[in-house]
Write a new protein. Sequence first.
Length: 120
Amino acid sequence: MLQNVNKPLRISALSAIAGLSDSYFFSLFKSATGSSPIAYFIRLRMRLACELLQNQGLSIKEVAAEVGYKDSAYFSRVFKLVTGVSPGNYRNVILHPPQKKLDSSPDKPGKQMAGYLTSS
């Protein structure tokens, strides 16, 4: 599956490689992985997309194409459904993680600063 992540998934092709009927392959796959072949394949694509989104040189449209989606809008919908965030938001969080804010309360500045420096 990983070698063909940018191509459509065909259960019949996978079952033929395994030498099994489509239904038996589907049943064995689901019992081994806990999900259907298509759900597994989509998650595999989204994991690869997450890795590719860390590269600022690739547009979201290019990432979509790399993982087998011709329509970047559809890719974005699937990505958000699987990860909970859009590809653009994912990229922003990965490339620009939120910074901790210092509490600038005038009554205890030393304690706030000490907590900030020691927390991980």
